[in-house]
Design a protein around this ligand. Structure first.
Ligand SMILES: [Zn+2]
Length: 336
């Protein structure tokens, strides 16, 4: 009798395990998420790969990470954060660094951000952008959509503002933050410096703090957690051109329908974060110039969407020239 009971119990347990495993992989990604959290580390490029990024590796041990994601053809902050948040190329939006992003009147061509697209589809949704670099909330995230926009200053103050925001019980559909101090270390000392490494370690601590806060609030059960960088830094510091260190970056994604250890396919651009985020929330962009895609080998149930290159021929041509140039070892950098 004992044997039969044990057998039945084992069978019941196995069935339960199978059902649970099935549920994890059978869930459709489209609309499966209530929250998307995007953590941007300015100037970090592919340095997340380093062993010392312990929180990053802890978090994404069962996530999907692409270290060879392509930036826009101008490896500056304004162009890339704008593309990450709109899914539109730099050639279309033209959001130059610095002044343009700080322009309230927005002299660059405006395209809707994922905040605006989410707001239009979900009038009651909470939206939040809490950044160090004020230009993002000044120039990129729309003013008239009821998003919480906080420019909190130094990275530790930014993280404090983020933790306070979540401690108040907020549960935004779209959350974005940009940490800036890795970029400052890159400009000051170069990406091969000890100062840059220390700044990356600090960023790693902050990523861990934000992640743990979200997990403690239960927001990651239906949340997609993304970490990225707008560009990298040359060994001697600086960015804006086409070397691998400047123009390769990271897209790391964790969520209940993400393939653990997924490497994503070869054609991943930073702007694809817009497509990934919208898809997870069950939304789509109706903007003709939207050329972001959901990569393959990221979600269990998505083979990889086609990128509509025909909508943005200049980006297609220049992006490919840039890729070839980067992989030739950027031999003409000193000339322009
Ligand atoms: Zn930047």
């Amino acid at each position: 009798m004992k044997k039969i009971t044990a057998l039945l119990l084992t069978l019941a347990l196995l069935t339960a395990v199978c059902l649970t495993a099935g549920a994890a992989t059978d869930e459709k990604t489209y609309g499966a998420y209530k929250h998307v959290f995007i953590i941007g580390v300015d100037g970090a490029g592919t340095y997340f790969e380093k062993d010392y990024m312990q929180n990053f590796h802890r978090i994404f041990a069962d996530g999907a990470v692409k270290y060879g994601a392509r930036t826009e053809t101008k490896t500056d902050s304004g162009p890339n954060w704008t593309s990450i948040l709109t899914g539109v190329s730099y050639f279309k939006h033209g959001a130059e660094n610095g002044v343009v992003c700080l322009e309230q009147e927005r002299v660059f061509k405006r395209y809707p951000t994922i905040f605006k697209i989410t707001r239009d589809a979900m009038p009651g949704a909470e939206l939040a952008s809490i950044c160090n670099w004020g230009a993002i909330n000044m120039g990129i995230v729309e003013d008239d959509i009821g998003a919480t926009k906080i420019n909190a200053g130094p990275d530790d103050a930014t993280v404090e503002a983020i933790v306070n925001y979540f401690n108040e019980g907020h549960a935004p559909a779209v959350f974005f933050t940009q940490l800036d101090e890795v970029d400052a270390a890159g400009h000051g000392y170069g990406s091969s410096s000890k100062e840059y490494e220390n700044a990356m370690k600090e960023a790693d601590r902050r990523i861990g703090e934000i992640y743990d806060c979200l997990e403690a609030k239960g927001l990651l059960e239906d949340g997609l957690f993304i970490v990225t960088a707008d560009h990298g830094h040359k060994e001697t510091g600086g960015h804006g051109r086409f070397s691998k260190l400047e123009s390769y970056s990271t897209v790391a994604v964790k969520g209940k329908t993400v393939i653990p250890g997924g490497k994503m396919d070869d054609d991943v651009k930073l702007r694809d974060i817009a497509a990934i985020s919208l898809y997870a929330l069950g939304l789509e962009s109706t903007e003709w110039n939207f050329t972001a895609r959901v990569p393959g080998n990221l979600f269990y149930d998505v083979q990889g969407q086609a990128r509509p290159y025909y909508r943005d021929i200049i980006d297609f041509i220049c992006g490919n020239i840039m890729w070839i140039y980067t992989n030739l070892g950027h031999p003409f950098d000193e000339y322009f």
